[in-house]
Design a protein around this ligand. Sequence first.
Ligand code: 3EB
Length: 338
Amino acid sequence: MGEDGHLHHCLSAAELAGSRNDPTLLGASWLGPELPAELAAAGLPLQHIRAPLLDGGGRPAEAWFGARSCRDGMAHGVHFRCDGQLLFGVISLAEEAGDGASPPLQVAGQRAYESLFRVLAEEGYPHLWRVWNYLDDINGTVAGLERYRHFNIGRHQAFDNANRLQGCTIPAASALGVAGGPLSIAFLAARTACISLENPRQLSAYRYPADYGPRSPTFSRAALARIPGQEWLFVSGTASIVGHLTVHQGDPAAQTREIIANLEALLAEAGGVSTGPAYRLDELSGRAYVRHPEHLAAVQAELVRALGAHAPIVYVQADVCRADLLVELEAQACHLFV
Ligand code: 3EB
């Protein structure tokens, strides 16, 4: 386990490289165009997110530590490590010519999730808590449909085939556009269930109307999960959406304030379900995805006001999954208890 008992840490490259022989290290993600050589050689399940860092990004690694020694595995294209309680895995799939009838990204999305579900079944970690999805050119149009919507069709089909479309089996997630990479999916799963949360200010994404694509996005707004001694809150990518509508088009500061209002509502939901103390904005760590680098100052000013100047937020450039969304925040918090 990490030294302070936390499942997750924000680390520098040197810190992550220094942890690579920690037997409890489940895996990690690295933000930035270049993957440091010492991490490429570490042999970990590692999600490399090729997104440009916007603010110097001192600690662009996220690492996930289990409670016990991990076992390493590779199956169905998924590289994973698991500790008997948690499983962290990564899969990357190139978009290749599909089956002729379906677009390549739809096929890749469906195959990636089918592989992921197969690993969960074979290894005995049936509960999917949190997923991080990255894809190239998310807002591009192919065959008259936005590529994010192609991805949603494939993802939805895989969840449907696995009988995982019931609300309580839908994980927290993020889905962002990062130029030039393959479809990359990282996930955290467990032997025990999490509690999926929805946001009272927002329509559940899995119920979005067909205006947003023929199949709705398959994610919950947050997941609350327990491991011995710790309660974890995973907040999905959260944008300036109220109901199902984008609000504050063209205004990055106002979009960020709406995100904060969404987060406050979600934290209140989490507090209602948790047996412990309330969740507060200033205990969140996470990532802010900013579409246009020139909006960084406006976004950062609002987040610093709400989360505090020392909040461990990494700011990166990425494309949000609706063309009119300028910013998205994903986050997590951990409560320790005895
Ligand atoms: C939204 O609320 C913004 O497709 O997995 C946020 C989090 C968003 C996850 C996903 C999409 C996803 O609809 C976009």
